[in-house]
Write a protein that binds this ligand. Structure first.
Ligand SMILES: Cc1cc2nc3c(=O)[nH]c(=O)nc-3n(C[C@H](O)[C@H](O)[C@H](O)COP(=O)(O)O)c2cc1C
Length: 352
């Protein structure tokens, strides 16, 4: 049963910080309860919620509380907040603790204009003292080691705030730092600067989590080995392929993940639909599936017709029929067997 953390003993579970325990990143519009449960079934060791506005919680903005939906299976869970006002954090955090939430993250990396123009997300790198005040307010309520901070290199080239910011956050009681090593102004362009992850992991005594350009299991294994970070966080890699967590674990342990397979992908999509239907009405669930399924099948050249027809599908029987008709071994074979391996255009996102 979905609840907003009323029967919330699961929320006490501590998120693991080890290389063999990959996390699901906070993903606005994507890391909702059904998707988190799906990723957990495929090896995600901890999941972050979508970013939740602290102000929205305080002023009861429509829809904000829905983002807090969770269930017993949804653990360990990290609630990501965004907000740049320490006083608002101080007022909102105790209520969240009362509902059972114990592990938090502050979004200091989002570069979407609507977030940045309010001084939140990556704009927080431009006023470090205020960012520290917000961080302290969160740690004061949640406790030392219970709040992570997710940041970028700084606002733009020439404004490299990440070293100082991370050290000061560590002093303020941060539990971990997640670094997406790009500048806010870069959005998703250019490449994530992996050397910064290595430097930060060596400089801090608290764990560092890597984010950025982790599209495949192989990307993440390379990253964790090259940088010495505590663990990795899959974002677009998971949106394209929720099985990436299991694939990463197998690869890290020296094994070989199984090749992509039509029946397995169909089973994954059916399971996602089942979870979505269990936690929302049919229309909402199918609208959500319309955002996910095209990503799951995007690397399979033989299913272009499926992607087109999905765009208007609001009927679960039709979705099932489309999967059966179009998601065939032949469609996979047209790609020479590499379909679903989830190497992607790293610059295809319009989001932070
Ligand atoms: C659709 C989308 C939504 C995102 N939402 C959030 C968010 O709510 N909070 C956050 O801190 N980062 C958010 N991010 C950033 C990701 O968590 C991650 O840091 C970024 O995508 C880099 O990782 P990747 O290159 O492996 O995708 C979002 C990214 C995408 C693509």
């Amino acid at each position: 049963m979905t609840d907003t953390a009323s029967a919330a003993s699961h929320l006490a579970a501590a998120p693991p910080l080890r290389p063999d325990a990959p996390w699901l990143a906070p993903l606005a519009g994507y890391s909702d309860l059904p998707f988190r449960l799906l990723c957990r079934e495929h090896g995600a060791a901890a999941c972050c919620t979508e970013m939740v506005s602290a102000k929205g919680l305080l002023y009861h903005s429509p829809g904000t509380r829905d983002l807090l939906a969770t269930t017993q299976q949804d653990a360990p869970l990290i609630l990501q907040l965004f907000g740049a006002d320490a006083e608002i954090m101080r007022r909102v955090m105790p209520g969240l603790m009362e509902q059972g939430f114990r592990w938090f993250d502050l979004n200091m990396g989002c570069s979407v204009p609507k977030v940045v123009k309010t001084g939140c997300g990556s704009a927080m790198s431009r006023d470090m003292d205020n960012a520290l005040a917000v961080a302290r307010a969160m740690v004061e309520v949640a406790g030392e080691g219970r709040v992570g901070f997710k940041m970028r290199l700084g606002w733009q080239a020439g404004e490299e705030t990440w070293r100082e910011m991370a050290l000061r956050l560590q002093d303020a009681g941060a539990g971990w730092i997640t670094l997406h090593p790009r500048f806010a102004r870069q959005g998703f362009s250019g490449e994530a600067r992996r050397s910064a992850l290595r430097e930060l992991a060596a400089a801090l005594s608290i764990p560092v989590i890597a984010s950025g350009d982790l599209f495949t299991a192989a990307d993440a294994v390379r990253c964790v080995r090259e940088t010495g970070v505590a663990t990795v966080m899959f974002a677009r890699g998971a949106m394209n392929n929720p099985a990436v967590f299991d694939e990463y674990r197998v690869l890290l342990a020296g094994g070989q993940p199984p090749p992509p397979d039509a029946d397995r992908l169909k089973a994954l999509i059916r399971r996602h639909l089942e979870l979505a239907l269990a936690h929302s009405g049919e229309r909402t669930a199918l609208l959500k599936m319309r955002t996910f399924v095209p990503r799951y099948v995007r690397h399979i050249p033989g299913v272009r017709a499926l992607r087109n027809r999905l765009a208007s599908c609001l009927d679960r029987d039709l979705l099932e029929e489309l999967l059966e008709t179009h998601l065939t071994p032949q469609a996979f074979a047209e790609d020479g067997g590499s379909a679903g391996a989830a190497t992607t255009d790293p610059h295809g996102e319009a989001r932070p």
